[in-house]
Design a protein around this ligand. Sequence first.
Ligand SMILES: Cc1cc2nc3c(=O)[nH]c(=O)nc-3n(C[C@H](O)[C@H](O)[C@H](O)COP(=O)(O)OP(=O)(O)OC[C@H]3O[C@@H](n4cnc5c(N)ncnc54)[C@H](O)[C@@H]3O)c2cc1C
Length: 413
Amino acid sequence: MTKPLKIVIIGNGFGGIYTLKNLHKFFHNNKKVELVLVGEKNYFLFTPLLHEVATGGINPANIIEPIRKVLGCCLDKFYLGKAETINTKNRTVKVENDFVSYDYLVLAGGAKTNFYNIPGAEQYSFPLKSIDDAIKIKNHCITQMESASHMEDREKRKEMLRFVVVGGGPTGVELVAELEELVKETFSHYYSKEVIEDVSIVLVQRGEELVPQFGPKARAKSLETLKKKGIEVLLNTAVKEVGASYVIVNDGQKILTETVVWVAGIKPAEMKFDEPVSMSPDGRLVVNECLQLENQKEIFAIGDIALFKQENVPLPALAQVAEKESATVAKNIKLLIENKKPKKFVYKNSGNLMSLGQWKAVGQIANFTFTGHITWFIWRTVYLSKLISFRKKVRVAVDWTMNLVSPRDISQL
Ligand SMILES: Cc1cc2nc3c(=O)[nH]c(=O)nc-3n(C[C@H](O)[C@H](O)[C@H](O)COP(=O)(O)OP(=O)(O)OC[C@H]3O[C@@H](n4cnc5c(N)ncnc54)[C@H](O)[C@@H]3O)c2cc1C
């Protein structure tokens, strides 16, 4: 019997999981094809709700899904570990102590936080990329509240209760909005009025506007909503240095704070190859119109790790981009197996949504911007529908419902 064709996927985030789901549609019960996944964690993480874990709105376990549960039937092998080197000559990937061979390879390793070598940024700030990051942020905020609650020196207390978020993209905006909800709806139940009055939230954005990926109306609405919530938004402000108890920005201002969350940028996950492959200056894998590496047509790259240009503009680092690319990649692998020509990938944006705290959200489809309670409801419904299992959808819905009627859980995890 001939050996089955091996399709290996590296990365178990949006790109990887959806590639596997799409391949499953084509090759379910097909003994001639073997589907292999490599991932650093044994679960899929639904990143768009991480900010709600960081602010105590959702239980961390509810936005992760075990890989085995997601894809039990068609996953022939799952390697739990980091893919280290790709040997294109003998078509193997080194994963910890294993060498995994492939006929087709899909690279979906995503991205990590980019601190841009700013002094102290990596050492003193909290990233928000993983479930552990979100838990650390929540725990830290609660520690600050507890320590400040018996601090008599008011200036010191204000410093302890100043929460600075660096990065005014959608994640930063969603996070500060939700942080304000945490203070208003939950901390205010447990801490004195004097302590609550000393809490401040600062959002630092290098550009002249928030959420530049959205249109002008959505940008203006985000700024207006955050200001109404009492959040201090510093535009045209670049962080120059972060310390244990301060942030220095470009005009020399020193912001005293013991909490800096860094959501100001990403850089692609590293992939090592035995021979040079085409990479953009920021380290993304350059792919052709069919999402293949130019000189390695059996290797595909998708999601945040890949650079795909449409009309000369790189696609943004979004879950929906990774998800849509995964459908084309699965189809192209099937076509190649059938000795047919692969199809070109064309990205069609389905619209963007961003929450701005309870009952508030902004949405944009093409040039049409919508806001208000209904948008917020749509945002929740869409994100709920995107969670993988019914069980987790119900749990998140329960968390959200409980938050409407009672304070969030401030137990440290
Ligand atoms: C806090 C936050 C909020 C976000 N909100 C939204 C949103 O609302 N809407 C939206 O569209 N997008 C959002 N995004 C962006 C979205 O998460 C990414 O664009 C999307 O996850 C990209 O998918 P991916 O498969 O490329 O990477 P990921 O989903 O990050 O998956 C990559 C996976 O590969 C694994 N991996 C990396 N290197 C290796 C290796 N060497 N070996 C094995 N495994 C490896 C990683 O551990 C990870 O599990 C958000 C991101 C964050 C961090």
